[in-house]
Write a protein that binds this ligand. Structure first.
Ligand code: GLN
Ligand code: ZN
Length: 761
């Protein structure tokens, strides 16, 4: 008997057709009772487990399912609930749970932020108000459920204490160890109860060690896992990392745990193993199938990787699994009806990936006919995909000819800004918005009707134009200086371009969770990207024709399009980024040609794509800045290029922001105002900038004093000549009245700030 096992790290919670999302939203609307919500989500959860069982997975994850977010679940189970939600200290009820993320009349919602280098957002724990205590043993609850209902002896999944505390806020760095110490006994208790209930394997997620944390943090982990090993020796702990190699390998590979979970798809884990070997007493839980991408794995290649790994582990102590939780890929490709069969044959979503894991495990255990056939099939499917992969010679030629100068504007920004001031003729502290205006129910419904062919292209176009003209008028009445057309024609800022560029493909059900009930459907890039005809010109030109004020052209940048797509690895990512940049460059030239003088190229995903391994930062940031400039550099000096970013910790990427050479940048700041302004104190930034002066994520209309204060604070570090006044992100999630009311206050605040300023000419 071999020890080799198959495993999964986590399964998507949203359901095959987003049933989960609909259940949550119906509950929030009051259309489902709490009981009905729990019934519906239990059904989804049990289905997910049954599927994994049927797919032959040995170690099935339990407890990673969530009613919103898995970090919020940890907070709730330890009672880490800020007092503003009137939390009484007991088990957290569902209403409190959702108030925390959606806000209530008297309490603002908790901050959310990106989960490592993904587009998933978790709720940031606030540790300053509560002492942790075990309110509910979630892992136990779901372990028991799987056992009782389905006869599955599951593998509970828990986010580990070191990662949890690292991701939280509300404490000083010096208190880190002390705080983790408060959690350790609670983890011990959870594990003891699991052991009593019969659990053997427990996956403790510690992805923080896929980044280069300090030696002190490593020491804290040593202490935690020594305590756990001493107190609960009967549990086999899998110390699970993902998204990069395991840093501090020499020390962490000696932790007293049963297994080390390591990603062999991202980062140089194999090299690490080759250099340092693998401890004889441990299992290696090897992530061999990409948990972050949608393409079929080359099973031949994966089999030889597994054969190599077997040389490092003793007695075949090997667990074969995806590189990370499958939370980051869609559920199944089986409902896709519109994709070319050859491309479909090359795809693999969560369920298909688990089937791959099963084949690989069987192959490693014993070679039988059926398994070999499955492996051959995978190779053949990938060969056909490769042939199909639309290879566009002319794009390759264009890319090969690119030089550094192609990505430089002809005129230095100091000169450009002078020319632009003259030709644009804007007041000091010009006001603008970030691009999208309310996507009302009517807008979304009309788009769906058009997609279902229930209305003609003509009717849809007229509808969009009416929205544009209504909002041009509103913006003029509000006296905003630089107007937007409102992005009414767009479903999503990346999918929209994915539908228009060559080389992209859009799925029907390829949804992944972004935050809470919000899911996104990343387009797939499966061939050379290029531009065939104008995409955004029609709407921008129409909007511009209605007003004497400037209307901004609005595009999504190359880095964001790349980061928010599923990219095939037949071409290096940096090359695809250049292809997208060239396609955008043509679009930008078309906008300029059509008379648009201000063009915004959004890059909200630039920061999130930053590699976890700092050694890779420079290469990424250089490529990102090059691609952005490649897209934007060919315009005339007097054409003003804007960019926009949000949800970011900008300190890390400040030099890159400067290297984008955009004339104006708008940044989301209302949630971290002080921090961002201090970034500008410490760094010189000489181009124009708009720090978001109010938070668009909340339905609340800001008070004028608040906005004035934000402007004043920013003007202490940024000269008024360079400052723009704008909300901190697009307005598509707000309703029309909230938007108008808030913008009114914003314009008023800008005007009053202008009065105080005398500009040196
Ligand atoms: N222009 C986009 C909008 O306003 C930007 C969105 C974003 O930053 N995520 O919606
Ligand atoms: Zn934004």
């Amino acid at each position: 008997m071999t020890n080799i096992k198959s495993s999964n790290l986590g399964y998507p919670r949203i359901g095959e057709k987003r049933e989960w999302k609909r259940a949550l939203e119906s509950f929030w609307k009051g259309d489902l009772t709490e009981e009905e919500l729990l019934e519906k989500t239990t059904e989804i959860r049990l289905d997910n487990l049954q599927k994994q069982k049927d797919l032959g997975i040995d170690l099935i994850p339990v407890g990673e399912f969530s009613l919103y977010d898995h970090i919020l679940d940890v907070s709730a189970s330890f009672g880490i609930i800020p007092k503003r939600y009137n939390y009484d200290g007991g088990e957290v009820d569902i209403n409190t749970y959702y108030e925390l993320v959606r806000g209530s009349d008297d309490a603002i919602a908790s901050e959310m932020t990106k989960w490592f280098n993904t587009n998933y957002h978790y709720i940031v724990p606030e540790l300053n108000e509560q002492k942790p205590a075990l309110k509910i043993n979630r892992a136990l609850k779901y372990y028991n459920e799987a056992k009782e209902k389905l006869g599955i002896n599951g593998k509970p999944v828990i986010v580990g204490p070191v990662t949890y505390v690292s991701l939280a806020k509300g404490y000083e760095e010096t208190e880190f160890e002390k705080i983790v110490d408060e959690f350790t006994p609670l983890y011990v208790q959870i594990l003891k109860e699991l052991a009593e209930a019969g659990a053997t394997w427990v996956q403790i997620d510690e992805p923080i060690f896929s980044s280069d944390v300090s030696e002190e943090v490593v020491a804290v982990a040593e202490k935690v896992y020594e305590t756990i090993a001493r107190e609960v020796p009967e549990i086999k702990v899998i110390f699970q990392t993902y998204f990069e190699k395991l840093f501090h390998y020499e020390r962490l590979s000696q932790l007293p745990v049963a297994a080390l979970g390591i990603d062999f798809v991202h980062g140089e884990s194999l090299e690490v193993l080759q250099e340092h070997g693998f401890p004889e007493d441990k299992y290696l839980a090897a992530g061999v199938v990409d948990g972050r991408n949608v393409w079929r794995a080359d099973l031949q290649e994966k089999s030889s990787l597994i054969a190599t790994l077997r040389k490092f582990v003793k007695d075949d102590k090997l667990i074969i699994q995806p590189s990370s939780s499958l939370l980051h890929v869609p559920v199944t490709k089986k409902h896709e009806t519109k994709i070319d069969p050859v491309i479909l044959g090359g795809l693999s979503f969560a369920d298909e990936k688990l089937a791959e894991i099963n084949i690989l495990t069987n192959k490693a255990k014993a070679t039988d006919e059926k398994t070999n056939e499955a492996i051959t099939n995978s190779t053949e499917a990938l060969e056909s995909l490769k042939k199909k992969y639309r290879s566009n010679e002319s794009v390759a030629v264009e890319i090969s000819k690119l030089t550094a100068e192609d990505a430089e504007r002809d005129v230095h920004f100091k000169e450009r800004l002078k020319l632009q001031k003259k030709s644009l003729d804007l007041p000091v502290l010009p006001t603008t918005t970030i691009g999208s205006l309310p996507q009302t129910k009517e807008v979304r419904q009309t788009r769906s009707k058009w997609r279902r062919n229930e209305i003609t292209d003509r009717e849809y176009e007229t509808f969009v134009n009416n929205q544009i003209s209504k909002w041009i008028k509103i913006q003029e009445d509000l006296d905003i200086d630089v107007l937007v057309h409102g992005e009414f024609e767009r479903n999503d800022m990346v999918e929209y371009f994915g539908e228009k560029f060559n080389g992209f493909l859009v799925t029907e059900f390829g949804w992944v969770q972004s935050y809470g009930s919000r899911c996104v459907k990343p387009p797939l890039i499966f061939g050379d990207v290029d531009w065939t005809e104008p995409i955004t010109v029609k709407e921008s030109v129409y909007a511009q024709s209605l007003t004497d004020r400037h209307v901004k052209g609005m595009l999504t940048g190359p880095v964001t399009i790349l980061n928010w797509s599923f990219v095939h690895d037949a071409t290096p990512r940096t090359e695809i980024m250049k292809q997208i940049a060239l396609a955008l460059r043509k679009e930008i030239e078309a906008l300029e040609e059509a008379g648009i003088q201000i063009i915004q190229v959004d890059e909200p995903a630039l920061r999130e794509g930053l590699p976890l391994d700092k050694a890779k930062w420079d290469a990424y940031l250089d490529a990102a800045a090059y691609a952005f400039r490649l897209a934007t550099a060919s315009v005339q000096a007097k054409t003003q290029i804007h960019t926009h970013m949000c949800y970011s910790n900008f300190e890390d990427i400040f030099p890159c922001i400067d290297a984008l050479d955009a004339d104006v940048i708008s940044i989301e700041t209302s949630r971290s105002h002080g921090e961002l302004v201090s970034t500008f104190e410490e760094n010189t930034y000489e181009k124009e900038i708009g720090l978001g002066v109010y938070d668009i994520h909340s339905p609340r209309v800001p008070a004028i004093e608040e906005i004035k204060e934000n402007i004043d604070r920013a003007l202490q570090t940024i000269t008024p000549e360079n400052f723009w006044v704008n909300p901190d992100c697009g307005l598509k999630t707000r309703n029309e009245q909230q938007t108008i009311d808030a913008l009114k206050v914003m314009v008023e605040a800008a005007k009053s700030a202008r009065e105080k300023i005398t500009i040196k000419q």
